[in-house]
Structure formats: C-alpha cells, structure tokens
Write a protein that binds this ligand. Structure first.
Ligand code: PGA
Length: 266
C-alpha cells in the first residue's frame, strides 16, 4: 500500500519570502532524492489559504500535491460568507485535497458534526479529496473514551454515505482518515505505536462496516511525528503514513519522515 506523508503548515510561514524558501528546500531535495510518488510515498503540503495559489503553482510539475487546510461549510462555490474560502475557490487555486476537522478547527471554530458533513459534501462535490482528522483529548484518553470519541467523529462519514450516495463513488480514493490524538499535537508526547496500531485497526474496521468499498481505508497518524520517531510508526502495517505539523516546516525533517515511510513500504 502506498504511504502518504502530508505537511500541515497551519498558520506558517509568516511571509511569502519564507514560504518560497521552504519550497526551494523541499523541491531541491525532492528532485535530488527522487522522493516521488513512484518511490512509494506520496507527499502533500497544506499551506495557509493566502499562500495556496502560489504554492500550488510552484508544485505543479513536482510530485508533491497541494491541499487546503479548510473550506467553507456554507457554500461549495460563492456567497455572502465573509472570511470564508469555498471548495470551488481552493480547487481553482490549485488544491486537489483539503484537510477537514482538524482538532484546532474543532476547538477554536466549534466545528460540529453537521458543519463537517457540509464541508465534506462540498469538497467532494468540487472534486477535492478529503483528509478527515479525528482524535480524542487528553481527558478523553485518560477516561479510556478514545474509541467512543472516534466512533462519534466517524459518524460524519457514515452520514455522508447515507445522504450523498452519488458523491461517494471512489470514496476510498478520495478520503483519508488522519488519527490525531489532541494531546499529542505539538506537545512532543506520543502514544505508543501499539496504541496507535490498535486505534487504526478500529478505524479501518469501523469504516469498512459503513460500505464494502471502504475496506482498505488509508489511515494516517498525526501528533508530534518527527524524524526520530517516524521509523517506529512507519514499521507498523496499520499506519499508512503521517500528518505532520511542526516537522513539516523544515524540508529536511519532513523528507526524513517521508523516507521512513518509503523504506517501510519498499
Ligand atoms: P504536530 O502537528 O506534528 O506539530 O504535532 C500535527 C497536526 O496538527 O496535524
């Protein structure tokens, strides 16, 4: 199975100059190391909305895909929604995927089940693939509620399948689940590989139960993945790649993580 290593740049870098410097490093290294799709690890980066068009233009002839970090829940195309960017607009800017439901969006923007169902529908309507983030908080982890939380969050996929059957053809190729324990994001704390593996197995089984066509769902791990711990995650067959925050802001660490998954799949 092909691995995926996706960089979530969040609200970084601060300037276009710094974005270009990061891309310079990334593209030079991708070129020289032949870190291409063909090597078994698909790379993708998700810049902030303001940099999406320029980043996707620079990545156009490279093996690195470009994703948005979010899209509007209100309309798939246009409307009076100040501050929003629609699925159509991010696709027009060159994104082919979007992250949805990141825990920072859930926390700071109160994204609900209904909101995420709308966003997922809009993304698929406009031909965007979706990286759907799920994961439990520290308190939920401590209370051993991880699987219950995940089941509740995955209900978005179940409801999508129930409501939008025409959108869900080839969904297994257009949907990636990213399991990101909230307490592991940006903290340097990580669950054990065994914990992640068991949770991924649960996610894969749950999604396969929604539709036969989803029997080989790609499930990434995210939360403090770095060049030092990537090998241990990559070695587990349940972990199909990584969603990387902090370590994606340096080409060297991002590509070292990709290398770990590439080696593990070869
Ligand atoms: P991190 O972020 O790698 O900095 O922990 C991951 C994420 O938020 O996707």
């Amino acid at each position: 199975m092909q691995a995926w290593v996706i960089g979530n740049w969040k609200q970084n870098p601060a300037t276009s100059h710094d974005v270009n410097a990061l891309l310079d490093d990334l593209l030079t290294a991708v070129d020289t190391q032949e870190q291409a799709n063909a090597t078994g690890c698909q790379l993708m980066v998700a810049p902030s909305c303001i940099h999406l068009a320029s980043v996707s233009a620079r990545l156009k002839d490279s093996p690195v895909l470009c994703a948005a970090q979010d899209i509007s829940a209100h309309s798939a195309n246009t409307g009076a929604y100040t501050g929003d960017c629609s699925a159509q607009q991010v696709a027009d800017a060159g994104a082919t995927w979007t992250i949805l439901g990141h825990s920072e969006r859930r926390q700071y923007h109160q994204e609900s089940h209904d909101c995420l169902l709308q966003k997922m529908t809009h993304a698929l309507t406009q031909g965007l693939g979706v990286i759907f983030c799920i994961g439990e908080t520290q308190a939920q982890y401590d209370a051993e509620e991880t699987l219950d939380v995940i089941d509740a969050q995955l209900a978005v996929v179940k409801d999508l399948l129930a409501q939008q059957s025409e959108l869900t053809a080839n969904l297994s190729e257009r949907l990636i689940i990213a399991y990101e324990p909230v307490w592991a994001i940006g903290t340097g704390k990580v669950p054990t590989v065994q914990e992640v593996s068991a949770t991924h197995q649960h996610i894969k089984q749950t999604v396969a139960g929604f539709a036969d066509s989803l029997d080989s769902m790609t499930v990434l791990y995210g939360g403090s993945v770095n060049a030092d711990n990537a090998d241990s995650f990559a070695a587990d067959p349940m972990i199909d790649g990584a969603l990387v925050g902090g370590a994606s802001l340096k080409a060297e660490s991002f590509l070292a993580i990709a290398d770990a998954f590439r080696r593990a799949t070869s």
